[in-house]
Design a protein. Structure first.
Length: 140
């Protein structure tokens, strides 16, 4: 008589033959731990990049145009969002995407509707989109 041993999760870890000699069987488990994948660190701004961004931000706060900001680092992008009021959608987003550095450039400034206002390789050049003076009507 063959004793199949106890069944655990539908698997048979050890099967005993009629002469009581243990016979090992290979059991595969779908719940076996998978090898850890090397995860890339999240993208974030360097100190020099933050200095350039906060310089523009500080100037616009002093002019009364902007009031709040938020920033975050994610797997593929770092985002600096600019708000007129805290409860609003962001007016602008400054994004750093290193994977696009060799193509269109790692830096982009996006408007509130998601439209790309400026894209490039150099952050200071991209931030010049905020330097444009608004047009004013002048009476003669």
């Amino acid at each position: 008589m063959t004793d199949t041993g106890s069944v655990i999760d539908g698997r048979q870890p050890i099967a005993l033959s009629g002469d009581s000699q243990p016979r090992l069987t290979l059991v595969s488990s779908s719940t076996a731990p998978k090898p850890a994948k090397h995860r890339e660190p999240d993208v974030f701004f360097t100190r020099a990049e933050l200095d350039a961004i906060l310089s523009v931000y500080g100037r616009k706060v002093a002019e009364g145009e902007w009031r709040d900001y938020a920033m975050g680092g994610f797997r593929e992008t770092a985002i600096f969002s600019i708000f007129r009021r805290t409860s609003e959608m962001p007016l602008y987003r400054i994004e750093k995407r290193p994977k696009l550095a060799r193509r269109q450039g790692a830096w982009a400034v996006l408007g509130a509707d998601g439209q790309i206002l400026k894209r490039g390789h150099d952050l200071k050049q991209v931030l010049k989109v905020f330097e444009k003076r608004s047009l004013k009507i002048v009476d003669y």
